[in-house]
Design a binder for this molecule. Structure first.
Ligand code: FES
Ligand code: FES
Length: 157
Protein backbone atom coordinates (compact mmCIF):
# COMPACT_ATOMS: atom_id res chain seq x y z
CA UNK A 1 0.00 0.00 0.00
CA UNK A 2 1.17 3.49 -0.84
CA UNK A 3 0.23 6.18 1.65
CA UNK A 4 -0.21 9.67 0.29
CA UNK A 5 -1.47 12.96 1.69
CA UNK A 6 -3.51 14.66 -0.99
CA UNK A 7 -5.29 17.95 -0.37
CA UNK A 8 -4.91 17.41 3.37
CA UNK A 9 -6.45 13.94 3.33
CA UNK A 10 -4.64 10.65 3.90
CA UNK A 11 -5.07 8.12 1.12
CA UNK A 12 -3.96 4.49 1.01
CA UNK A 13 -3.64 3.35 -2.57
CA UNK A 14 -3.00 -0.11 -3.91
CA UNK A 15 -0.44 1.11 -6.41
CA UNK A 16 2.85 -0.19 -7.76
CA UNK A 17 5.63 1.97 -6.23
CA UNK A 18 6.82 2.87 -9.72
CA UNK A 19 3.41 4.02 -10.91
CA UNK A 20 3.43 7.69 -11.89
CA UNK A 21 1.58 9.84 -9.37
CA UNK A 22 -0.64 11.04 -12.23
CA UNK A 23 -2.02 7.55 -12.84
CA UNK A 24 -2.50 6.89 -9.12
CA UNK A 25 -4.45 10.13 -8.73
CA UNK A 26 -6.61 9.64 -11.81
CA UNK A 27 -7.08 5.89 -12.09
CA UNK A 28 -6.96 4.75 -8.46
CA UNK A 29 -8.01 7.76 -6.39
CA UNK A 30 -10.53 8.91 -9.02
CA UNK A 31 -9.25 12.48 -9.02
CA UNK A 32 -9.43 13.35 -12.67
CA UNK A 33 -8.84 17.11 -12.48
CA UNK A 34 -5.14 16.55 -13.15
CA UNK A 35 -4.72 15.81 -16.85
CA UNK A 36 -2.62 13.46 -18.94
CA UNK A 37 -1.14 15.36 -21.86
CA UNK A 38 2.19 14.08 -23.11
CA UNK A 39 3.23 11.72 -20.33
CA UNK A 40 6.88 12.71 -20.75
CA UNK A 41 7.25 15.95 -18.83
CA UNK A 42 6.83 18.31 -21.79
CA UNK A 43 3.37 19.86 -21.55
CA UNK A 44 2.56 20.65 -17.91
CA UNK A 45 -1.02 19.34 -18.02
CA UNK A 46 -0.25 17.00 -15.12
CA UNK A 47 1.16 19.66 -12.77
CA UNK A 48 0.46 19.27 -9.05
CA UNK A 49 2.19 20.75 -6.01
CA UNK A 50 4.56 18.64 -3.95
CA UNK A 51 5.25 20.55 -0.74
CA UNK A 52 4.22 23.68 -2.62
CA UNK A 53 6.47 23.18 -5.64
CA UNK A 54 4.93 22.68 -9.09
CA UNK A 55 5.77 19.14 -10.16
CA UNK A 56 5.04 17.02 -13.24
CA UNK A 57 3.06 14.13 -11.81
CA UNK A 58 3.54 12.07 -15.00
CA UNK A 59 7.24 11.76 -14.18
CA UNK A 60 6.92 11.31 -10.41
CA UNK A 61 6.71 7.76 -9.03
CA UNK A 62 4.21 7.46 -6.17
CA UNK A 63 6.90 5.94 -3.95
CA UNK A 64 8.85 9.20 -4.19
CA UNK A 65 6.08 11.34 -2.75
CA UNK A 66 5.06 9.33 0.31
CA UNK A 67 5.28 11.64 3.32
CA UNK A 68 4.95 14.81 1.23
CA UNK A 69 2.10 17.26 1.01
CA UNK A 70 0.43 16.86 -2.39
CA UNK A 71 -2.02 19.44 -3.68
CA UNK A 72 -4.06 18.95 -6.82
CA UNK A 73 -6.49 21.20 -8.66
CA UNK A 74 -9.26 19.69 -6.52
CA UNK A 75 -7.57 21.18 -3.46
CA UNK A 76 -6.76 24.64 -4.83
CA UNK A 77 -9.94 26.30 -3.56
CA UNK A 78 -10.39 26.88 0.15
CA UNK A 79 -13.61 24.94 0.69
CA UNK A 80 -16.30 26.91 -1.14
CA UNK A 81 -14.03 29.91 -1.59
CA UNK A 82 -12.28 29.91 -4.93
CA UNK A 83 -8.56 30.59 -5.08
CA UNK A 84 -8.06 34.14 -6.42
CA UNK A 85 -6.63 32.60 -9.58
CA UNK A 86 -9.77 30.55 -10.16
CA UNK A 87 -11.87 33.70 -9.82
CA UNK A 88 -9.55 35.60 -12.16
CA UNK A 89 -9.74 32.70 -14.64
CA UNK A 90 -13.54 33.01 -14.61
CA UNK A 91 -13.48 36.81 -14.82
CA UNK A 92 -11.20 36.69 -17.86
CA UNK A 93 -12.81 33.64 -19.53
CA UNK A 94 -9.35 32.13 -19.76
CA UNK A 95 -10.01 28.54 -20.89
CA UNK A 96 -10.80 27.56 -24.44
CA UNK A 97 -10.92 23.74 -24.67
CA UNK A 98 -9.78 23.70 -21.02
CA UNK A 99 -7.53 20.68 -21.22
CA UNK A 100 -4.33 22.40 -20.10
CA UNK A 101 -5.94 24.67 -17.56
CA UNK A 102 -5.62 22.73 -14.31
CA UNK A 103 -1.89 22.49 -14.95
CA UNK A 104 -1.75 26.19 -15.82
CA UNK A 105 -3.56 27.05 -12.58
CA UNK A 106 -1.26 24.92 -10.44
CA UNK A 107 1.87 26.47 -11.93
CA UNK A 108 0.39 29.95 -11.54
CA UNK A 109 -0.60 29.26 -7.92
CA UNK A 110 2.94 28.22 -7.05
CA UNK A 111 4.27 31.38 -8.72
CA UNK A 112 1.93 33.72 -6.81
CA UNK A 113 2.57 31.94 -3.50
CA UNK A 114 6.19 33.06 -3.76
CA UNK A 115 5.70 36.28 -5.74
CA UNK A 116 2.26 37.93 -5.78
CA UNK A 117 3.57 40.75 -7.97
CA UNK A 118 5.24 38.96 -10.88
CA UNK A 119 6.60 40.81 -13.90
CA UNK A 120 5.85 39.63 -17.43
CA UNK A 121 9.27 37.94 -17.43
CA UNK A 122 8.56 36.22 -14.09
CA UNK A 123 5.29 34.89 -15.50
CA UNK A 124 6.94 33.75 -18.73
CA UNK A 125 9.62 31.89 -16.78
CA UNK A 126 7.23 30.25 -14.32
CA UNK A 127 4.72 29.27 -16.99
CA UNK A 128 7.04 28.26 -19.83
CA UNK A 129 6.59 24.53 -19.19
CA UNK A 130 2.81 24.71 -19.51
CA UNK A 131 1.73 24.36 -23.12
CA UNK A 132 -1.68 25.52 -24.35
CA UNK A 133 -2.70 24.28 -27.77
CA UNK A 134 -5.48 26.88 -27.83
CA UNK A 135 -3.08 29.78 -27.31
CA UNK A 136 -4.74 31.23 -24.20
CA UNK A 137 -1.42 32.70 -23.03
CA UNK A 138 -2.45 36.41 -23.11
CA UNK A 139 -5.52 35.74 -20.96
CA UNK A 140 -3.49 33.55 -18.59
CA UNK A 141 -1.01 36.38 -18.08
CA UNK A 142 -3.79 38.91 -17.48
CA UNK A 143 -5.54 36.65 -14.99
CA UNK A 144 -2.32 35.93 -13.07
CA UNK A 145 -1.73 39.66 -12.69
CA UNK A 146 -5.31 40.26 -11.56
CA UNK A 147 -5.12 37.48 -8.97
CA UNK A 148 -1.77 38.80 -7.72
CA UNK A 149 -3.29 42.24 -7.12
CA UNK A 150 -6.15 40.65 -5.22
CA UNK A 151 -3.81 38.55 -3.07
CA UNK A 152 -1.81 41.66 -2.17
CA UNK A 153 -4.98 43.61 -1.32
CA UNK A 154 -6.10 40.85 1.05
CA UNK A 155 -2.63 40.72 2.62
CA UNK A 156 -2.39 44.46 3.19
CA UNK A 157 -6.08 44.95 4.01
S1 FES B 1 1.49 14.92 -19.01
FE1 FES B 1 3.05 15.45 -17.61
S2 FES B 1 4.15 17.02 -18.59
FE2 FES B 1 2.71 16.37 -20.09
S1 FES C 1 -7.28 25.79 -23.33
FE1 FES C 1 -7.06 24.25 -24.84
S2 FES C 1 -5.07 23.46 -24.54
FE2 FES C 1 -5.17 25.20 -23.25
Amino acid sequence: MIKLTVNGKSLELDADPNMPLLYALRDIAGMTGTKFGCGVGQCGACTVHINGSPTRSCLTPVSAVQGTKITTIEGLADGDTLHPLQQAWLDNSVPQCGYCQSGQLMSAAALLAGNPSPSDADIDTAMQGNICRCGTYPRIKKAIKQAGVQIQEVKHG
